[in-house]
Ligand binder design. Sequence first.
Ligand code: NAP
Length: 291
Amino acid sequence: MNHSGTTPTATATNIDGVALSAQLRQDVTRRTLALKARGITPGLAVLLVGDNPASQVYVRNKVKACADSGLHSVLERYDADMTEAALLARIDALNRDPCIHGILVQLPVPAHIDANKVIEAISPAKDVDGFHIASAGALMVGQPGFWPCTPYGCMKMLESIGYELRGKHAVVIGRSNIVGKPMALMLLQNNATVTLCHSATSNLKAMTLQADVIVAAVGKRNVLTADMVKPGAVVIDVGMNRDPQGKLCGDVDYAGVREVASYITPVPGGVGPMTITMLLVNTLESAERSA
Ligand code: NAP
């Protein structure tokens, strides 16, 4: 299969996030067992404030993934009226708890709590979501630190197909702090030439048509259609949306773009499963560093 991003292929090959996750989780399980043999069990604390239904599903999935790979996890649920001070005090205690190597506060938090304050309260050594300003700074300057799980998962997907980013043009659509911006920095660190697009980009198609790699992280269906993709490009779809029938779909017109791209990530079964996997990887790495 062509990795150069220049030769058109008939139908794109799927990058299967479920299969890649399973492979990476086997490695997590193996390394977790090795740590346990030394008396250390990697531990993740997941804090949920309020009863947002989507958040409840996300935290359950994270806790289950920990159990499946042999990591210890605690799920702490708090009422929506929990004070900011109480949440910060709880984070402070977890920062000092030697059994906990990763701390994650499920976002969004209720409006009376300052999410930035909460993120900054987590010790950078336990910031397995990679949202702390110290983690962002470390990524910015190329120092070791925790990478945000979703773009980190996208990098693993590119790695899984042996894609050489050096000298390639990568276009990222979306500039959020948790996906788009860190994605652009990771691609840059791997020697791609990066264009970061957003809602004020005046001619998105002119940008994407130049791209060897496109990462769509917008949250809108059909932001990327076949006419916007150079033949042979690799397309990573981070978006999670619902189509008019209520079915989960990404930002990319999958049916059209797969006829033009060389590789594509499906939704569901693409980036989604990778995000939780990279959370396990970060938590394990935190435990390994503490050992
Ligand atoms: P976000 O914070 O809402 O950011 C969306 C970005 O898209 C913004 O930078 C925005 O530009 C840009 N944008 C909006 N409309 C655009 C347009 N027409 N053309 C180009 N850019 C446009 O969203 P997010 O948190 O990054 O998430 C993006 C998507 O990924 C969502 O569907 C989310 O559910 C999904 N997601 C999936 C996972 C996963 O595990 N699979 C994880 C995280 C997020 P401005 O900055 O100018 O407003």
